[in-house]
Design a protein around this ligand. Structure first.
Ligand SMILES: [Zn+2]
Length: 295
C-alpha cells in the first residue's frame, strides 16, 4: 500500500501560490496545458485538482470532476465554482478511484505525480478510468533539469540526475527521469504523444528582473522546441490510452472503492453500495470516498 501525500487542512493556496512569486510558473503551466488538452469533450477528471486553480481551462467539457484527497481543498473549489451539475467534487484516493471503467475522455494531473510513491499503480488506475483513445495530460518534476546536471558535473551534488530511478528529495516529494517516466506510461498502456518543457526560467534572479507575463510568454514559445533536451524542471506530456473500450455511457458513474460494484443508490447524504452494503457520505456536495460512512 502506497503512502498518500495529504493536503487536508493545508493553506496550499495562500502559502504556495498567492503572492509567493509563482505567477510565472502558474502562467507557463496554463500555456502548456492549453496546448496539450483536447479543447472539448464530454467528461474530464482532474486528479489532485486542489482548489481548482486550472479549472477554467476545462470550459469546453460538459462535465468536470475535481478529485482530491483533501476535502478542505475541494471545499475551496466549490466555494468559487458553485454547485451546478457541471462540477462534481470527489474526495478519494487516486490509487482506488470511485469511478467505473472508461468513464472519462480526458484525465489531467499537474503537480501531483511529484507526490506519488507508486507511479505504476497510479498510471494503471488512470488508464482504467479513461476510455479507449482518451487523453491523459500529465506534468512531472524532472530530475535531470539543467541546474541539477550542472551541479552534478561540478561536484556540488551527490546524486546523479542521469540515474533512471525517482529521486525522493524530501519525504513524499519525487523528481523523475523522463525516460523512466515514459517507460512506466508505456507499460501501463499509454502511447506517448507531444511533450513540452515548462518553467525553464525558474531562476530567482531572472524572476526578479523580468515580469512573470513576459517570462511565461517566452516559456510558451520555447516549450515545444526545447522539449527534446529534457532540461526543464517541469515536463508536460500528452499520452493516449491504448485500449478498445469506448465510453461507458450506460455503465453508471461511481464505483464502490471497496467491492468495485457499480450499483450505488444515491440518497440525500449518502451513496449506498448494493454490492457490499457500505455507505459513502455526500458531505454538502462533496462525495467522500476516503472512508466508509457510519450507517
Ligand atoms: Zn461496495
Amino acid at each position: 500500500m502506497a503512502e498518500i501525500c495529504d493536503y487536508e487542512g493545508s493553506s496550499y493556496r495562500t502559502d504556495f501560490w498567492e503572492g509567493q512569486g509563482r505567477e510565472y510558473e502558474h502562467l507557463a503551466e496554463r500555456i502548456a496545458l492549453r496546448k496539450l488538452l483536447p479543447p472539448a469533450g464530454a467528461r474530464l477528471v482532474e486528479i489532485g485538482a486542489g482548489f481548482g486553480r486550472l479549472v477554467d481551462l476545462y470550459d469546453g467539457y460538459q462535465q468536470v470532476v475535481l478529485l482530491d484527497y483533501s476535502k478542505s481543498m475541494l471545499r475551496q473549489a466549490q466555494d468559487h465554482l458553485g454547485r451546478s451539475g457541471k462540477y462534481v467534487y470527489v474526495a478519494a484516493d487516486l490509487y482506488a478511484m470511485p469511478f467505473v471503467d472508461s468513464l472519462f475522455d480526458t484525465t489531467v494531473t499537474v503537480r501531483v505525480l511529484h507526490h506519488v510513491q507508486n507511479i505504476p499503480a497510479a498510471f494503471q488506475e488512470i488508464q482504467r478510468v479513461l476510455m479507449g483513445g482518451g487523453v491523459y495530460v500529465l506534468e512531472y518534476a524532472n530530475k535531470r533539469h539543467l541546474k541539477a546536471v550542472l551541479r552534478y558535473l561540478l561536484g556540488r551534488q551527490s546524486w546523479s540526475p542521469f540515474a533512471p530511478e525517482p529521486y525522493e528529495f524530501v519525504e513524499l516529494n519525487y523528481d523523475f527521469h523522463p525516460a523512466w517516466m515514459n517507460a512506466r506510461l508505456t507499460e501501463a498502456g499509454f502511447a506517448i504523444g507531444r511533450e513540452l518543457a515548462v518553467s525553464s526560467f525558474r531562476l530567482p534572479l531572472l524572476k526578479r528582473l523580468v515580469s512573470p507575463r513576459y517570462l511565461a510568454t517566452l516559456d510558451g514559445l520555447l516549450q515545444g522546441s526545447t522539449a527534446p533536451l529534457k532540461l526543464a524542471p517541469s515536463v508536460f506530456v500528452r499520452a493516449r490510452a491504448e485500449k478498445e473500450d469506448v465510453q461507458a455511457e450506460d455503465r453508471g458513474f461511481f464505483r464502490c472503492p471497496s467491492c468495485h460494484g457499480a450499483d450505488l443508490i444515491e440518497a440525500e447524504e449518502v451513496l449506498t453500495c448494493r454490492g457490499c452494503g457500505r455507505g459513502w457520505a455526500i458531505d454538502d456536495g462533496i462525495y467522500d470516498f476516503k472512508e466508509p460512512a457510519a450507517l
